[in-house]
Each structure stands twice: as C-alpha cells, then as structure tokens.
Design a protein around this ligand. Structure first.
Ligand code: NAP
Length: 345
C-alpha cells in the first residue's frame, strides 16, 4: 500500500509544485489537496500542468483528514498558529514556511518582528536542507522548509565554510537575483505585469530575513545579503564575495567544492573554460531539483566569487521538501526528483 500524503495550501505556487512532484512520485499517493478559495474545483483548474494526471478536487482546509505525511505550504505564521491541529492528523509533517526554520526563538523575534507563536514545537523540527541535516532528517518526524534565497546563499558558502576558507574577520557580501514566483500566487501592485516586467529592482538591499537562516546554517555572523528582483519567473542566483582566511589557489577551491558536492545527488559544480554556460545559471534549472555551484578566484585581490543557481520553487522549496520526505521515510533520496530541467527554455 502506498504512502498517503496531503498538501495544505495546495493552490499556491509551492503547493502546486509539491503536487506536481508527488503525483509523479513512485512511492506515494496524493490523498488531499486543500484550498479555501478553490474547494470543489479540480486541481488542473488552478495548476493547468496537472490536467489529465489526476481527478482530485481541492477540499477546504477544514475537511483535512488523517494521512501519513502532511506538507504545509501556507503564508507566513499560519503553520505555527495551527500546528497542534496538523500534528493530530499526520505523524510526519514538512512545513515549507519560515515558521520553524530558526532554532532560536530570539532570532525569530528579531527577524520576524514578533514572538514565535508556537516555540514549544521548535526543537522538534529538523532544518529541511538535506545537504546540512541528512542524518537528523532520517530520524525526523517534523522538518522545516528552507528559504529560497537562504538556500542559494548557503549552498554558495558551505563549500568554503566547510574547508575553513572564509575569513571570519571580513564581511561576506552576497547579492541574490530572484524571479517573481518567490512572491507567491497572490497578486499585488508590484506583481502587476507593467510594473514587474523588465524589472531589475532592489527588493531588499539590506535587512532580508533569510540572513538569519544563513547565519544559522553557515555559523557566520558577518554575512550581508542584498536581494534584487529580475526578469525571471523561476530562479535565484546567489553571487557571494568572500575573502579567504589565507592565500588560496584554484586547486584549493576545486578541492573544497568537490569535497562538498561529491556525495550530494542534487549539487553540481559548474565551472567551464568555454561555452555559454560556464557558471551556474537558473534558466536551465526551471523545474529541476539541482543546485548548481561554481566559483572564480581573483588572484590579485584574493576575492573568491562563489555562485549558486537554483529554482526557488524546487531546491528552494518543494524539491527540498520532497527530498526531506524521502529521507524521513527511508526511500531513495532522489525518488520523484529526477527531472533534469529543460534546454532550450
Ligand atoms: N514562492 C517561493 O519561491 C517560496 C520558496 C520557499 C518557501 N516559500 C514559502 O512557502 C509558503 C507558501 O508560499 P507560496 O509562494 O506557495 O504562497 P502562495 O502562492 O501565496 O500560496 C499560499 C497557499 O496557502 C493557502 N492558505 C492561505 N491561508 C490559509 C490558511 N489560513 N489555512 C490554510 N490554507 C491557507 C492559499 O490557498 P487558499 O487561500 O485558497 O486556501 C494558498 O494555497 C510560504 O510560507 C513561503 O514563504 C515560498
């Protein structure tokens, strides 16, 4: 008998991506998909890519039934406010929001501007990035999601951090360029096509909340993030500027990146001497769970430029969440996540 999974917040962009992955997953069956506004409508009426694949209809969140694994893809704060109810319905829960990502409630209060609504659950969650929490995820009942910009930044920085190459005395500056789907399916003035199309817009030059997640994952406390909205629907590209603790060579960097990526099924090193795709680029990752990482070294100044590209809805949200589920259930970690992306696209 297959594993029954349900998605709460299934009409949103992350929810839709979870459905796409779970409906094609070899070991699970989608039991319910909730939407308050679309209850009774077929899934394909909101997510047209799912037409012909399922006859499921959205159900109202109040009609959610017990299942084996529950995915939550809700607006900020909703999962934490109702978590006790969800915990009664499923033994394993993966929450894609920021509600349970930070271990420290004080960090949550500082970055999210309010006390955590359910701090008693915090230490039962494992941070949902397999590249940093794989052993704990195998034992976990509850996994948090990941921030998309945080994940692009973390995967750009971790090869250097793990190799001890980041000078803790020097600031680490990271520019992240992001696509419009990061803002979710709801419309706003800034998502109105004439305003959003063609934009290269400084969205959060300072103070982005994902800084807290980067500090938690990398252990660095000198990371400065700037987020810029660009002309993409899916995708995030983090470009990190790092100064090493000691003189480094290209060979040192290759060793550091290879050591990090060696056993990771969804991390690839992209660094070519020739061609168009010499460095990581989100364009060719749309729909795939890969995070591509690469680097360049300015030998004259010692500046290391570390780059990570990913699809914010996949490795930055739903893809990592399904990877977590696979680990939590003892399944093949890559199950349901093999799609390599498209070229040309
Ligand atoms: N977009 C990204 O790139 C991305 C990346 C990483 C993480 N995330 C996180 O993932 C979560 C979902 O993001 P999204 O972009 O998918 O948002 P979204 O497109 O706005 O979708 C939100 C979903 O939540 C449902 N919902 C709203 N209030 C609810 C409630 N009180 N109870 C039950 N369902 C409710 C909405 O459907 P109805 O109103 O019809 O019920 C909708 O299906 C957010 O916390 C976000 O921070 C997003």
């Amino acid at each position: 008998m297959s594993i029954r999974v349900s998605v709460v917040g299934a009409s949103g962009y992350v929810g839709g991506e979870l459905l796409r992955l779970l409906l094609w997953h070899p070991a699970v069956e989608v039991a319910q998909a909730t939407s308050g506004r679309n209850a009774g409508r077929y899934l394909y009426q909101v997510h047209p890519n799912l037409r012909g694949r399922t006859s499921l209809q959205f159900v109202h969140p109040d009609r959610l039934e017990p299942c084996d694994v529950l995915f939550l893809a809700l607006p900020h704060g909703e999962a934490a406010r109702s978590f006790a109810r969800y915990a009664e319905l499923a033994g394993r829960i993966i929450d894609c929001s920021a509600d349970f990502r930070l271990r420290d409630p004080a960090a949550y209060a500082r970055w999210y501007g309010e006390e955590h609504p359910a701090p008693e659950w915090l230490d039962r969650f494992v941070y949902g990035l397999p590249e940093v929490s794989r052993p704990a995820l195998r034992e976990a009942r509850y996994a948090s999601g990941v921030g998309c910009n945080a994940t692009a930044t973390n995967l750009a920085l971790l090869p250097l951090v793990r190799a001890g190459l980041v000078d803790p005395q020097q600031p680490v500056i990271v520019e992240v360029k992001v696509g419009s789907s990061e803002g979710g399916a709801g419309a706003s003035e800034s998502s109105h096509h004439p305003e959003r199309a063609g934009a290269v817009r400084s969205f959060a030059p300072v103070g982005h909340r994902h800084t807290a997640e980067v500090e938690q994952v990398t252990g660095l406390h000198n990371v400065h993030l700037s987020i810029t909205s660009v002309e993409l629907v899916r995708g995030a590209l983090a470009t990190a500027h790092v100064f090493a603790a000691r003189p480094v060579t290209e060979k040192d960097l290759w060793q550091a990146y290879r050591a990090f990526a060696r056993d990771e099924p969804f991390v690839r090193i992209v660094k070519e001497r020739q061609g168009i795709y010499r460095f990581p680029e989100p364009k060719i990752l749309a729909g795939s769970n890969y995070a591509d990482i690469g680097f360049a070294l300015d030998t004259a100044t010692g500046r290391i430029v570390s780059i990570c590209a990913l699809d914010n809805l996949m490795k930055g949200a739903a893809g990592s969440a399904v990877q977590c589920m696979n680990l939590m259930l003892g399944l093949d970690e890559t199950a349901g996540l093999e799609f390599p992306g498209l070229h040309p696209v």
